[in-house]
Write a protein of this length. Structure first.
Lengths: 433, 384
């Protein structure tokens, strides 16, 4: 019967702890600030509040004596928050890079059924028919703004060690009108028909020999690096060349992989699709470039997010047990002091709140430490996945979420010991050594 | 061993603390088991495919090659059995139920002995033009049984203008080599049927698989195969299947680095956490340890007691954690198929995990235990 009572009590405490945790998860930042303000007002202006502040001050003043135990809570939570923030920053960086790529008024045409450009194959006739559609925007001199492209891969030596493959995109002459966000940051643009390459900024950072003026051997042919470009999106993971010049060393004849073109306006998409569908010669899929690159991110971003959250939850549960251990130990070393306070008339409430406050302060320190470490180590760190080079992005939102996780761990890990401290029989506590 | 009850009593001294420590160790090793499963899925520790070559388009994997290359590859000295295949992607019922479809030549199951199938079903597969074989895990997941007609939606047009391909399930296979089990989400059809029924791409294959009986010949053979189509419009690249797998996995990104860093962070935290608890427990028990020494326990047996206490907790926690990881991995694999990157928790994971547990257990207890060993009985008993 007593065991049952104990279990029921533990369960009730857990539920009581989960309510603020849930609130923490759903409430916006300003509401949490409001809660903090109410708490401060309560401490400053009510009698029990002042009692709490007195008990908490004693607890916090004795913290340096329990530095070893306190550091367990701090470092345990720092570990959780650091790993969580780093993993989510990876997902965020990957997603951001792909989501930045593409627009609503440019479309990419690939062979029907191809999941990505690499798997697509279009012949010259198809390309010619697609380009003639009236929905394609023309530039000042009356030429359609299109880039028939040939995407191949080649392997290059990484700066770190080993080789990795990079996409080489053979582009058309009017690609600069099509993707005006791409800027040459060193050297000069491509000259049509020549064996020249321009290299995306992230590729040039990660691979050997990607500087202006060097010669590279690609599929047995010598190519000169003419320039470095920065597009601030997924194209930074690519090397560009002239599509015509690229076809011969890769023995592609007149075949291409995709056509990207600009529509007269974003709303012309449906008309363009209808026109393509009405032509029985064309077996192609049409989507806006934004849809295409978003789709590529959807294949992997959720995996990273699930991985991050799963690892975070498992580590957090581990850290909660660590915090429970530490805080139980803390109140048992302070048992006599707490019992004395109770004996001279302090209520249970202030004792509960003060233990909780102490845990939350430790948790916040841990959260801040972990988030800072993750930020210092990983913000801007470049990694590659699925051929896309991207930088980790530790955003303020992520840091704030990391702190929320820390507070949640502190709440659950602190509430049980806090309640035990308040319910401890005074006479037993006074005899404790 | 005869002091086991002493170790046990010490652990039961503060039940709550022992249980919380145990649980946080459990969580750390649960994570270790899961991450190690991901890591082994990516590192493909198996030795499969070292004696098989894959020949595919030098431009990109999956671009069509003429099937006529088959006869020319066969003539290359040193080549054993050959087969070829074309792949199309499909979905079953729901767009999220991805099913890979590969059409293979007759020699497929001869070259891939890892694919195990009953002899009668194998016969039926060779006989039935529209036949497919599916993995046990897929048959279970989609409730397929032999004799069923399986409609698969693809992006490839058939000659009749439809993109839904209907196959007859004639056999169920399983893959014996765990490093190759990611292939279990593919159903295998017959290349001649696929080739005949599709509207475009007739007479082409996506890759050839070539067996090389004499391993010392493998480099020469692969160069000879690539030389066959050099300077044509369909140049090939030939490499061992093993090398191909490793390259493919590497394309997915720096998984090893990420998994390694997480494990590092988790175990650093764990060592600190349990280390502190152990130190605290020993501190509280100094009078008890002194009593033990006073009644004749040697310093080294006190050292042994404290060390075995900590190692016992870690072994217990890690075993529970690894069991948990094994159960989760098993559950995920059986409900979602082998599509995701989780290898079963194998012997090597268990060995690594338990060895790690012993090391961590000794590491966290060694300083407190030394203190217990060295303490002076008189001082400790009088509480100085």
């Amino acid at each position: 019967m007593k065991a049952l009572q104990k279990a029921g009590f533990a369960l009730a405490t857990l539920v009581a702890a989960l309510v603020p945790v849930a609130l923490l998860a759903v409430l916006p930042g300003w509401a949490l600030l409001a809660v903090l303000a109410v708490l401060i007002a309560w401490i400053a202006f009510t009698r029990t509040g002042r009692q709490t502040s007195a008990v908490a001050t004693v607890a916090i003043a004795t913290l340096p004596q329990r530095l070893g135990a306190a550091s367990v809570v701090i470092i345990g939570i720092a570990g959780v928050v650091g790993v969580l923030v780093a993993l989510l920053a990876m997902g965020a960086g990957f997603e951001a890079t792909l989501k930045r790529t593409g627009t609503d008024d440019t479309v990419i045409v690939m062979a029907s059924g191809a999941q990505s450009e690499i798997q697509s194959l279009l012949n010259r006739d198809t390309v010619a028919a697609v380009v003639q559609a009236p929905q394609v925007r023309q530039n000042a001199s009356g030429e359609p703004i299109v880039s028939p492209e040939l995407v191949v891969t080649a392997s290059f030596q990484k700066r770190a060690s080993g080789k990795a493959s990079v996409e080489i995109r053979g582009v058309g002459e009017r690609v600069w009108e099509l993707r005006p966000n791409v800027k040459i940051i060193a050297g000069r643009p491509l000259r049509p028909g020549l064996a020249e390459l321009i290299v995306g900024r992230r590729v040039s950072e990660r691979f050997i020999g990607m500087i202006v003026g060097t010669n590279l051997v690609v599929n047995g042919q010598r190519w000169t690096v003419a320039g470095i470009f920065d597009s601030e999106d997924a194209h930074n993971s690519e090397i560009w060349a002239d599509a015509g010049a690229l076809a011969s060393p890769f023995h592609r004849g007149s075949n291409l992989t995709s056509v990207t073109l600009q529509l007269t306006q974003a709303a012309a998409l449906d008309a363009f699709k209808a026109r393509i569908a009405s032509d029985p010669r064309l077996k192609v899929d049409v989507q806006t470039t934004r849809q295409y690159y978003n789709g590529q991110s959807e294949s992997i971003a959720p995996i990273i997010h699930t991985l991050g959250t799963t690892v975070g939850v498992i580590m957090a549960i581990g850290a909660i047990f660590g915090a429970l251990n530490t805080m139980y130990a803390a109140i048992s070393t302070r048992a006599r002091e707490i019992a004395t306070l109770r004996a001279i008339g302090f209520h249970g409430g202030p004792v509960v709140v003060s233990v909780l406050l102490e845990t939350l302060i430790l948790a916040l320190c841990g959260g801040a430490l972990g988030a800072t470490i993750a930020w210092a180590l990983f913000d801007g760190f470049t990694a590659s996945s699925m051929g896309i080079l991207f930088a980790f992005r530790v955003s303020p939102t992520l840091l704030w979420n990391g702190l929320k996780w820390a507070l949640a761990i502190g709440l659950i890990g602190g509430l049980f010991p806090a309640i035990r401290a308040a319910r401890m029989p005074i006479t037993a506590g006074l005899r404790e050594t | 061993m005869k002091y086991f009850h002493l170790v046990w009593a010490a652990l039961a001294r503060r039940k709550g603390r022992t249980i919380f420590t145990l649980l946080s160790i459990l969580m750390a090793f649960l994570l270790f088991g899961l991450l190690d499963s991901v890591r082994s899925a990516f590192s493909n520790t198996g030795q499969a495919g070292k004696d098989r070559l894959l020949t595919f388009s030098s431009i990109n994997w999956g671009l069509p090659l003429p099937q006529s290359l088959y006869e020319r590859i066969r003539a290359v000295p040193g080549v054993g059995k050959i087969e070829y295949a074309s792949a199309i992607g499909g979905t079953y019922q729901d767009p999220n139920n991805y099913v890979g479809i590969e059409g293979h030549a007759d020699s497929f199951l001869d070259i891939y002995p890892e694919w195990q199938i009953a002899p009668a079903e194998r016969e039926a597969f060779l006989r039935t033009r529209t036949g497919i074989i599916a993995s046990e895990s897929y048959a279970k997941r989609f409730h397929w049984k032999i004799g069923d007609k399986i409609p698969l939606k693809t992006a490839v047009y058939k000659k009749d203008g439809s993109t839904v391909w209907t196959f007859d399930l004639v056999g169920i296979y399983r893959i014996s080599d765990s490093s190759m089990q990611s292939n279990e989400n593919t159903v295998y059809a017959r290349w001649d049927y696929l080739n005949e029924a599709r509207q475009e791409g007739g007479g082409t294959v996506d890759w050839f698989a070539v067996e090389v009986p004499d391993l010392s010949q493998i480099d020469r053979v692969s160069q000879a195969i690539d030389a066959l189509s050099a300077n044509s419009d369909h140049e090939t690249k030939t490499e061992t299947e093993y090398a191909f797998y490793i390259e493919t996995l590497r394309q997915l990104g720096d998984v090893g680095l990420i998994v390694g860093s997480i494990m590092g962070a988790v175990f650093f935290t764990l060592v600190l956490l349990t280390g502190n608890t152990t130190a605290q427990t020993v501190r509280e028990r100094i009078p008890e340890l002194a009593t033990l020494k006073a009644i004749g326990f040697s310093p080294s047996s006190v050292l042994g007691l404290v060390l075995s206490e900590s190692v016992l907790v870690l072994l217990l926690g890690s075993s529970l954690g690894l069991i948990g990881a094994a159960v989760i991995v098993y559950w995920v694999r059986s409900t979602m198929g082998s599509t995701i990157f989780l290898a079963p928790v194998g012997e090597d994971t268990w060995l690594r995990g338990l060895a790690l547990a012993v090391v961590v257990g000794l590491l966290v207890a060694v300083l407190p235990a030394m203190r217990g060993m060295r303490l002076r009985v008189v001082d400790a008993l009088s509480g100085r």
